[in-house]
Design a binder for this molecule. Structure first.
Ligand code: PNS
Length: 161
């Protein structure tokens, strides 16, 4: 049983994240979507909300499940019996940060490998922060996020549906 970890803040999950998840689920028997639960990191949605928004979008990927994690990612991966981390690359500009994280994680645990997956073209400029930013002004974000996230953002901003 090959398990990989797809870690992130997922604040909130976007269609770009779901695209990476689908690709991971085709390569691995089991994918754990590791949602960071870091009390020092201020997020728009709580950890419970972020997990719910993820779990409501897993019909097409039955071999994926979300879990909250805190502490070092490599320790979480080890505890789950996984040695592979999956991260998405939208553009070359993502590469430097991802490269640094991959090498740091490998330094922390030499068994851990990172696989960088290229997102589908069209998601190159989809990010959780941009989506939150434009949603706050009432812009239509339905092309970028699943319906439950659209609804959750609208509800938080008290916008009509
Ligand atoms: O979606 P994000 O915000 O880019 O995800 C970043 C995340 C959560 C994967 C990263 O911050 C992380 O792994 N945090 C856990 C602490 C840790 O292990 N840090 C060292 C990673 S180099």
């Amino acid at each position: 049983m090959k398990t990989c970890i797809y870690p992130g803040t997922f604040d909130p999950i976007t269609n770009g994240h779901l695209d990476v998840l689908h690709r991971a689920c085709r390569m691995f028997d089991q994918v754990i979507i590791a949602v960071t639960d870091n009390p020092d990191k201020k997020t728009f949605f709580s950890t419970e909300e972020r997990i719910r928004l993820v779990s409501e979008n897993l019909e097409a990927t039955p071999n994926a499940r979300p879990m909250a994690f805190s502490g070092l990612l490599v320790d979480f991966a080890k505890a789950q019996g996984a040695t592979v981390l999956i991260r998405g690359l939208r553009a070359v500009s993502d590469f430097e940060y991802e490269f640094q994280m991959a090498l740091m994680n490998r330094h922390l645990d030499a068994e851990i490998e990172t696989i960088l997956v290229m997102t589908k073209e069209g998601y190159n400029y989809t990010s959780s922060s941009l989506v939150k930013q434009v949603a706050a002004y009432g812009a239509d974000i339905s092309d970028f996020v699943p319906a439950n996230v659209d609804a959750a953002l609208r509800a938080r901003h008290d916008l009509s549906t």
